[in-house]
Design a protein. Structure first.
Length: 284
């Protein structure tokens, strides 16, 4: 199943990505149009959807889709969760998940522009986990049952702020407005062949910058859900950016940063692709 948003309303999208139906309208108000509220009703929604797959469909313009979860309450992210990225960044592979937060205000849609606040902005393609039922102290063995879906994300990073001395600023450097493109929809884990092993890649202006598989993550999705939920309860609609593989601009020789006009295409097998154009900040 594919679930997206139009005007911040939850919609189900057909497998051909050509049609959709509005969940609240189709359920005659039994289910919410608000994506986070719908995720709070996740089991009820799945039961309803299993017997209501003949809804009248409306033609879809995919370029109108917003982020699958426009207003998550918590957004977690992982640093150095691929060994090859740790090596290129000259960092040790962590013994435990290195978790930081992105602020929810940075989340935008699959076709949104990325506003560059400086000439030191970098790309990071990532698998993003969308929490469904959530919970506290979730065992890894149960983790996939708490995941509503998977989506594509970009963890855009302002490297000058990130590495500013004396203390690095991971959360702030990765939370400028528009620094969290996600989409184009969430795909339920049962819709992909193997949710633990998906190809992901990133191109900038048609040049491949990153290519890997999620099976190369140091800590898998179940391990991340277990680790994070051991510390703080995961809530319906929470996002987990699971880390990026090698190929970021700041580790290249010479270094390559994003410039106005650059087009970032981020794609994950079985989910889809998002396309974001880099722009200069608007002048007042």
């Amino acid at each position: 199943m594919r679930l997206g948003t139009l005007d911040r309303r939850a919609v189900v999208i057909d497998q051909g990505n050509r049609y959709y139906y509005d969940v609240e309208v189709a359920s005659e108000g039994k289910l919410s149009a608000n994506p986070v509220t719908l995720l709070e009703q996740w089991d009820k929604f799945l039961d309803w959807a299993a017997f209501h797959d003949t809804q009248p469909w409306t033609e879809l313009d995919v370029t109108c889709l917003g982020p699958p979860v426009p207003t998550p309450r918590q957004v977690f992210a992982l640093a150095v969760n691929y060994a090859d990225h740790a090596a290129e960044a000259q960092r040790e592979v962590p013994e435990h998940p290195y978790v930081f937060t992105k602020f929810a205000s940075c989340i935008v849609g699959p076709w949104s522009d990325v506003v560059l606040p400086s000439n030191r902005c970098d790309w990071e393609v990532e698998l993003v986990v969308v929490i469904g039922t959530g919970g506290h102290k979730i065992a890894a063995a149960d983790a996939w049952t708490r995941v509503a879906g998977l989506t594509v994300g970009q963890d855009i990073s302002e490297r000058r702020v990130q590495f500013r001395k004396p203390i690095p600023h991971l959360s702030l450097s990765k939370s400028f407005p528009t620094f969290g493109p996600t989409g184009p929809w969430l795909v339920t884990p049962d819709s992909v062949a193997n949710p633990d092993d998906l190809a992901l890649c990133c191109t900038v202006d048609g040049e491949e910058m990153q290519s890997s598989r999620t099976s190369d993550m140091v800590f898998s999705v179940p391990a991340l859900v277990e680790s994070i939920s051991a510390m703080t309860p995961l809530l319906p609609g929470d996002l987990i950016f699971t880390g990026t593989p090698s190929g970021t601009g700041s580790t290249r020789d010479p270094r390559r940063y994003l410039e106005p006009g650059d087009v970032i295409v981020s794609e994950i097998e079985g989910i889809g692709a998002i396309r974001n154009t880099c722009v200069e900040p608007a002048t007042n």
